[in-house]
Design a protein around this ligand. Structure first.
Ligand code: DC
Length: 229
């Protein structure tokens, strides 16, 4: 049988709300969840901790091929635990530094290629919610529904600021805004899978919307799609 579990893709830039929206939808649907950014973050931070230079493509590909990462749903504010090589890594992959390292390794086509198969392996019954930058364009082009979330850089910086402050990180709003803009440019201008909405994606600007409103809207769209199939 050639059954492929349905996939809902939620793409968008950092701070657009895609992580929280994706997780809440996965929980509501009882589907699996893939935080693809965590894969790139894991490759970047593991490389740095092993003193591998972020320009050493061969070593980074090796790391990407062997990374063992799982997302375990849990109660509480975080909604999920990230298990890297069997260990709960807590918030260590969520720092701005880890995001910066991820964005550098994510620009290497061989690393993206090495992570492709790993991402496909998350597609399991009854379904998958996949969050990232190129879920709808490259990784799951046959997704049942593709969502692209966006918000102004200022709103996204403000959200990240609050998130990081709540977690006890020492952060500076101005610097966060500069970093977000810098990362947007790197993610949008890279040759391999640049950040852009799929042609058939629903684009939702979340600047003026709260998370529960976005979740509700996407949930309804998905129900509509499933009815039409
Ligand atoms: O979503 P995030 O902030 O965790 O992503 C961290 C970096 O990883 C981001 O700068 C771009 C990269 N990334 C990517 O290139 N493709 C993805 N599917 C997910 C993330």
């Amino acid at each position: 049988m050639n059954f492929k579990a349905p996939v809902l893709t939620v793409d968008g830039p950092s701070g657009s709300g895609k992580g929280t929206v994706g997780l809440l939808l996965a929980q509501r649907l009882g589907w699996h969840f893939l935080d693809s950014g965590a894969l790139y973050r894991a490759v970047g931070t593991t490389a740095v901790s092993q003193k591998i230079d972020l320009s050493n493509r061969a070593a980074l590909v090796q790391l990407a091929e062997h990374i063992d990462i799982r997302f375990i749903p849990k109660a509480g504010d975080d909604l999920m635990a990230v298990m890297l090589n069997g260990e709960d890594v807590g918030d260590s992959l969520r720092t701005e530094e880890s995001g910066r390292q991820a964005s550098i390794v994510a620009a290497i086509p061989e690393v993206r290629q090495a992570l492709l198969q790993k991402q496909h392996s998350f597609r399991q019954s009854p379904g998958l919610v996949a969050d990232g930058r190129d879920m709808g364009t490259t990784v799951f082009p046959d997704a049942i529904l593709k969502i692209y979330l966006t918000a102004s850089a200022e709103v996204r910086a403000d959200r990240r600021y609050k998130q990081l402050k709540d977690k006890g990180f020492d952060v500076n709003l101005r610097r966060l805004l500069d970093e977000i803009r810098e990362r947007d440019v790197r993610d949008a201008e890279r040759k391999a899978s640049p950040l852009k909405p799929a042609d058939d994606a629903h684009i939702l600007d979340t600047s003026q919307l709260d998370i529960s409103g976005v979740v509700e809207q996407v949930y309804r769209l998905l129900q509509e799609r499933q009815r039409r199939r």
